[in-house]
Structures are given as structure tokens and as C-alpha cells.
Ligand binder design. Sequence first.
Ligand SMILES: O=C(CO)COP(=O)(O)O
Length: 258
Amino acid sequence: MSSRTPIMAGNWKMNLNHLEAISHVQKLAFTLDEKDYEGTEVVVLPPFTDLRSVQSLVNGDKLKIGFGAQDISVHDSGAYTGEVSGPMLAKLNCSYAVVGHSERRQYHGEDEAVCNAKVKAAFRNDIVPILCVGEGLDVRKAGNQVPHTLAQVDGALEGVPAEQAERLVIAYEPVWAIGTGEVATPEDAQEVCGAIRGRLAELYGQDVADKVRIQYGGSVKGDNVNAIMSQPDVDGALVGGASLNTEEFARIVRFRDQ
Ligand SMILES: O=C(CO)COP(=O)(O)O
């Protein structure tokens, strides 16, 4: 039995303005009971423009919902128009920052070097990166999902020391399962999540590998979450579409009851 606390994180992507964000988090807080937070970490990842509102609500009402950003600059300050830095996110009490989401890789050309610099920027500011990795359909069809994903892990973690790496969250998100309704089978998820943990053990030793939480992401819903979470190396879910529906996200948080 693993001692890792499951982490259910809602990546809202580019949805919900700051007023909608307040209403959404309030509704989530009303929907979840005290016991839902026992043994499960609940996190929301709103757009940058919502973070101050979410922070005020969460901190003001002492909600047990964690929050973080969907991206982070590689720089801490300076002439980088449009970027948002780690110190700015840390000042907003962000616990997490997503790094290397496939949509950033695809639409903004983020490569391993950028992901590596963002992982380091997050840790430098005491923010835990949620490092996203995973293969596209062509790689999956060729059967190369494991080496492809492990190369992404290697690249993003280059030069990251063990004492930081043990706090990491890694999200295995096969690109072909994102927003498509086509969820990976529990065995597909376990194959790659297990391989990621194996690589972490090679890089940092088994103790560190056993502490890192590895999420699955890609069309997670209330109906499929339990089977995926039953896999030994899956420690949570990174949820897109279903996190915009409070009832559905609450079902995912209550994965043990589904
Ligand atoms: O990309 C995802 C989360 O980061 C997954 O999105 P969906 O849950 O909408 O497939």
C-alpha cells in the first residue's frame, strides 16, 4: 500500500473568468464534505487572471482546496512581456504550477529545455511543478510510448536534485486521450506510470521514486476514475473538461466510492 496521498487536480485550461472562478470554487467547497479531503488532495489550476480571486476565497474562508497556475516563466523578473513569474505566483500562495502541458508543447513550441527551465523556476520559488508528459497517437501506434515519455522525463529533470525531485508531481497525459473522450485503459496508464517511477528510481533511488506522485490525465470522468486509480503507480488525476463541472469533479475526488 503506497503512502502517497492521491492528488486530484482540475486544469481549467482557458475557461472561467474571475467571477465565474469564485462561484465555481464556492460551489466545489459546498459540494465537498470534510471527509472528502481526508486522504485526497484537491487542487484547482485556474487561468492567471483568476488566481488572485481564488487565493482570496481559499485563504479567506480557509478552504482545503489547493491551487496553482497553468504555466510559469523560466525567468524570475525582467523584460519578458506577457510572462508571469515564479515569485509572482509564490506571492499569491500558489502551491503548484503546470509545466509542459501538451497544449503548451504543441501551440507554444515548448521543448525539453524549456520544461527543464520551468521545473527549476518552480522549485526555485518553492512551487511544486506538475510536469506533464505523454505521447501522441503516432508514437502510441508505433508502440514507442514508454521510451518517448521517459525521454521527456529525463529532459525535464536534468540537473534537478533529489531533494527537489521527491516533491514533484508528474502527470502522464497521452495526447490522444486529451479532450477526445478516449481514455487510456487502466493497463495503458499503469504501463507508462510504472515506467516513469522506474526511471525516477534509476535517477534518484527508490526512496525518492516512491514519494513522487504520478497522475494520469486524459478524459478522466467519474465513471472511469476508480479503475484508473486502482493501478499501483497511479496516484491521482489531472482533469480537464470534467473539472469544469463541480458534481463531476466531486465524483472524481470521491474516486473510492465510484
Ligand atoms: O489535458 C488534460 C488535463 O490537463 C485532460 O483534459 P481532458 O480531461 O479534458 O481530457
